[in-house]
Write a protein that binds this ligand. Structure first.
Ligand code: ADP
Ligand code: MG
Length: 255
């Protein structure tokens, strides 16, 4: 098993867009090897939080750390190299085969340069073969083994969502950020994704930060839950604690 992920900590992070505070001094930590869910109504700031964690947005104040490394202010590729990978709320992949898409993820890790790979120098060929083998393992783990050489465009919606997950895993992350992994899925596809996330966590030993509207999935997968509403943290605890929290009921039911 790989070494456990370091703790991911979000400290007093504030993000403003012209006149709107999308995140207001939000703090939480993702414990090593745990699944932490970030929930809240539409517009609560969940995707903004992911964009800060992955380096797409720079917060006005506050800090994100992974173990001893400060992530705030780093470019997205540096954050990915430190072990934080994400999926997006909407599918971004429509071209190539499953293998092509997973190999794109592996290229970031390649030590041989582009020229060496293009010229098929022996070291580069060996490395390429190792990457392909690992991509195939990740496809198996995410339930895409039989689809490895299929064009992504021909896959079902559920399969394509798992391609997004598999591609993020190809970066060998220590922390995985999943933005609404079962959005738009039917019941069977949701169950499949839940099983895959369980397997990924057990076999790869990584931590997961999960944004999800499906409360059944959150209850099943999460060890801890942080609830946002209008950019502020309104509750935190175990799924059971959060579900009964009066502020959470108010935010969700509008009572
Ligand atoms: P969630 O993912 O919880 O639904 P978001 O993080 O997408 O919420 O959005 C939080 C708030 O910030 C919303 O009011 C949204 O309109 C606003 N927002 C998000 N991204 C931007 C942006 N790039 N520019 C301006 N406003 C934004
Ligand atoms: Mg969102």
């Amino acid at each position: 098993l790989p070494a456990a992920a370091p703790e991911l900590s979000v400290r007093d992070v504030t993000v403003r867009f012209a006149g709107l505070t999308a995140l207001d001094a939000v703090s939480f930590t993702v414990a090593p090897g745990s699944v932490h869910a970030l929930i809240g109504p539409n517009g609560a700031g969940k995707s903004t939080c992911f964009n800060v964690l992955s380096g797409l947005y720079r917060p006005a104040s506050g800090q994100v750390r992974l173990g001893d490394d400060v992530l705030t202010g780093l470019a997205p590729h540096r954050i990915a190299a430190l072990g934080v990978a994400r999926t997006f709320q909407n599918i971004v992949t429509t071209e190539g085969t499953v293998a092509d898409n997973l190999m794109l993820g592996r290229h970031v890790l390649s030590r041989a340069g582009f020229a060496a790979t293009a010229l098929r120098l022996p070291g580069a060929v060996r490395e390429q073969r190792a990457h392909l083998e690992r991509a195939r393992e990740i496809a198996e783990l995410t339930g895409l083994g039989a689809r490895f050489d299929s064009p992504v465009a021909l896959l079902s919606y559920g399969d394509r969502k798992r391609v997004e997950l598999a591609r993020a895993l190809c970066l060998e992350p220590r922390v995985l950020l999943l933005d609404e992994p079962v959005a738009g899925m039917n019941g069977a596809e949701r169950l499949r994704m839940a099983e895959v996330v369980d397997a990924v966590r057990a076999q790869l030993g990584l931590s997961v930060l999960l944004v999800e509207h499906d409360m059944g999935l959150v209850m099943r997968l999460a060890d801890e839950v942080t609830v946002l509403d209008f950019g502020r943290r309104i509750a935190h605890g175990t799924p059971e604690e959060v579900r009964r929290h009066p502020e959470v009921l108010r935010a969700y039911l509008g009572t």
